[in-house]
Design a protein around this ligand. Structure first.
Ligand SMILES: *Cc1c(COP(=O)(O)O)cnc(C)c1O
Length: 423
């Protein structure tokens, strides 16, 4: 019998009873994500063992970084852990958007056509494609054609429409995560099915995946199911809450090499890039990532269950299978949205005393509010939430390094917002 008592921490008896019910509703779904965690943990551990990671690989380098053995070893260990032929992991990728952009510019050439089959890509990428008002340097600027196919009525990939439009396409682009929209995340298995459908018709198509928020949420990655290349961020899942910055591109060796030439300079490629701080936190973060991603998934399942029980519209449901770490909760009013974000901020380990306020963000039509009290600036494997301040006032919650802190934050939020069933 658990001796832990919520009332010692300011959560009242009624809510502690709700927490108990929610935890038992969640148990069978926690079991599923723990199995995924265990598979991924041993894939990662065995990659470290088979490639013989040693203390020497944790050290840093200076200047050009020629012969940086830590950097080169991390590329190999990461690639093996996610079942990819090759990977380019760098602290010099400044964000997920940067890594994805390098992937696109690395692979695409003038007159090639990129087809997004998951609708409009994530907000921060729209300028890179040439869909925004960027001052120049977009794919469009370089003569690369862009087309997109909307998701179908149920939020799934419209495979018939994709097949009808595949003839003159060079790259198919898939965003695995829901990002900040109400849709389903795409599973690696589904990416595999779609890739083989596409390649049956046009075998030269390159399948590229925005894998942000997807890493280690299933027992396999898109590159193990037919994706040719993918990219993501180390301040999300694969950094385990420990890596301080960086991103990766992983997939077929020939494509990863092209991206390395684009990131640095042609002819120089992956041979340069120093890291004075060393690679300890990248290796440790990767090692912790299956566990930390599981904690975030449990937090997501818990959030859905708690708010569903309290009469809120959530997506995905607590019982749905997950392919990213995001939960959206419909707040229904601006006031409730603000209160929710305040509660998340006030229960964060860092900057708990700050009060989030809405502000303008490039790429958004409405003001956006964000709550994040994280050890790493902008980290969203740590508990955080974001929302456009517009009806229906959906808040997107993600991350959470440990389940009990996520439970605490959400119980605090619910105690302020109140039960939707009451009104
Ligand atoms: C976070 C994210 C990105 C962009 O990453 P940043 O690090 O914020 O630049 C792209 N796509 C998806 C789906 C994401 O979740």
């Amino acid at each position: 019998m658990s001796k832990f008592n919520w009332t010692d921490f300011g959560i009242d008896k009624k809510l502690s009873a709700i927490d108990r019910d929610v935890m038992s509703m969640c148990q069978e779904y926690f079991d599923i994500v723990e199995d995924i965690r265990d598979t991924n943990q041993l894939k990662v551990l065995n990659s470290f063992i088979e490639l013989e990671v040693g203390a020497q690989h944790l050290q840093g380098s200076t200047g050009y970084g020629y012969g940086d053995i830590g950097r080169d070893m991390f590329d190999k260990v990461f690639a093996k852990s996610i079942g990819a032929e090759d990977a380019l992991c760098r602290t010099q990728f400044m964000s997920g958007t940067h890594a994805i952009t390098v992937m696109l510019f690395g692979v695409l050439r003038q007159n090639m056509t990129m087809l997004s089959i998951t609708g409009t890509p994530y907000n921060t990428l729209r300028q890179s494609l040439g869909l925004g008002d960027a001052k120049g340097g977009s794919l469009h600027d370089y003569g690369i054609k862009y087309k997109q196919i909307e998701l179908d009525f149920n939020g799934n990939i419209d495979i018939d429409e994709v097949i009808r439009n595949i003839d003159d396409v060079d790259m198919v682009y898939i965003q695995r995560s829901r990002g900040y929209s109400i849709r389903n995340a795409v599973s690696p298995e589904e990416i595999g099915r779609i890739s083989s459908n596409i390649k049956d018709i046009n075998s030269s198509v390159i399948i590229a995946v925005d894998n942000c928020y997807g890493e280690f949420t299933s027992a396999s990655e898109p590159t193990e199911f037919g994706a040719d290349i993918m990219a993501g961020s180390f301040i999300k899942n694969p950094g385990g809450g420990i890596a301080e910055t960086g991103g990766y591109i992983a997939g077929k060796n020939s494509l990863v090499e092209l991206c390395a030439e684009r990131l640095t300079a042609p002819g120089v490629g992956r041979e340069i890039g120093s890291n004075i701080l060393g690679y300890r936190n990248m290796f440790l973060g990767l090692y912790m990532s299956p566990h930390i991603t599981c904690e975030a998934l449990k937090g997501s399942i818990y959030s859905s269950a708690l708010f569903e029980l309290a009469g809120y519209k959530v997506s995905p449901s607590f019982s749905d299978s997950r392919n990213d770490i995001i939960t959206s909760i419909e707040m229904g009013s601006e006031n409730k949205l603000m209160e929710f974000c305040k509660a998340i901020q006030s229960t964060s380990p860092i900057d708990s005393y700050a009060v989030p306020v809405p502000g303008e963000m490039p790429g958004y039509e409405t003001d956006v509010i964000m709550a994040s009290g994280s050890f790493t600036n902008g980290s969203s494997i740590e508990l955080s939430c974001d929302a456009p301040v517009a009806p229906p006032y959906n808040v997107y919650v993600q991350g959470g390094l440990n389940l009990v802190s996520t439970r605490y934050a959400l119980l605090k939020a619910l105690s302020i917002l109140g039960n939707n069933n009451d009104c």
